[in-house]
Design a protein around this ligand. Structure first.
Ligand SMILES: [Zn+2]
Length: 309
């Protein structure tokens, strides 16, 4: 027998996201922690985010030009993945099959709550048949054989139709990937979450001395991803990978603005940023995750910095 430890293929992390920027905003520290541990780390992106808003004058010409914005956001995504240390990326509609799939767009139904608008483009990811998309994703899952698959909770974090669809597709893909002799039963499925109390404290930490044009999130409704602290199953320390996360946020130039670190490292928030709505959000000191029903967190694949309760 040969000596030494052979790395099992079941040590990988696979994240399923709707648009470029979600990998960083929802799961940046988990991805960076996994990659820094030298473990296989894959991001699957379902659309190129071509219906997103555009921050800043320099790239304002991309707004309303879906093809140009898609081409640009793919470069932002590549830079963000490089910052996070993620070397394996898959555009879901490039896995053989029909396509392309595009950003469905959204409207604000209420404060902090997104919904599908009336003007839905052809090929909108939110309207793609779930099994069709899940079959493709299942192929990626069978190839990578991840120990952990992470995606959004059933409401997509805040109701965005593409995020809700990514959740459905990911959960169905886990079922499909487990079928047959060549199947791969993913040991653990995580849903990105926010600790509601910590989120509000983080909003307050980012709410003072706002630059002109920025608004505080204090007291605003919380997104569907927010749950009581007792419902959080897994926490990821952000401080050890804060440089990677801040670098990745900064790479999404058209989507993220006003990225800054807060002085000190013992607070509830390590930094702040805002999206196109100019509402300042915290970079919390810990990312939070729930374990999907039927999944387990017991195992030896958690790298340092990931705390399982
Ligand atoms: Zn998104």
């Amino acid at each position: 027998m040969t000596q030494g430890v052979e790395r099992s293929p079941s040590t990988g992390l696979l994240a399923v996201h709707a648009h470029p920027d979600d990998e960083t905003l929802s799961t940046g520290a988990l991805l960076a922690t996994w990659a820094a541990a030298g473990l296989p780390t894959t991001v699957v992106t379902c659309t190129r985010g071509e219906r997103g808003e555009v921050i800043g004058r320099r790239l304002a010409h991309l707004a309303g030009d879906p093809a140009a914005l898609a081409a640009h956001r793919v470069t932002e995504l590549a830079a963000a993945l490089a910052a996070l240390g993620v070397g394996d990326h898959v555009m879901l509609d490039e896995v053989a099959g029909d396509g392309p799939w595009v950003d469905s767009g959204m409207i604000w139904q209420s404060v902090g709550r997104a919904a599908l608008g009336a003007d839905v483009p052809e090929g909108a990811f939110a309207l793609v048949d779930v099994d069709t998309a899940a079959e493709r994703l299942a192929r990626v899952v069978r190839e990578r054989r991840p120990a952990v698959l992470v995606t959004y909770e059933p409401d997509g974090g805040y109701g965005h139709p593409d995020h809700v669809q990514a959740h459905r597709v990911a959960m169905r893909a886990v079922e499909l990937a487990g079928e047959g002799a060549e199947g791969w039963a993913v040991p653990c499925v995580l849903w990105a979450a926010l600790d509601a109390d910590v989120l509000e404290a983080g909003r307050a930490a980012c709410g003072a001395d706002l630059a002109p044009g920025l608004r505080t999130a204090v007291g605003k409704p919380q997104p569907s991803a927010a749950v009581p602290g007792g419902a959080v199953d897994v926490r990821v320390d952000v401080l050890p990978v804060a440089e990677q996360v801040v670098g990745a946020l900064g790479a999404h130039t058209t989507q993220v603005q006003a990225v800054r670190r807060l002085p000190g490292s013992d607070g509830v928030a390590l930094g702040c940023y805002a999206l196109s709505d100019a509402v300042v959000q915290p970079i919390l000191a810990a990312e939070a995750y729930r374990v999907a029903p039927g999944s387990a967190v017991e195992g030896e694949w958690w790298p340092a910095g990931v705390r399982v309760r």
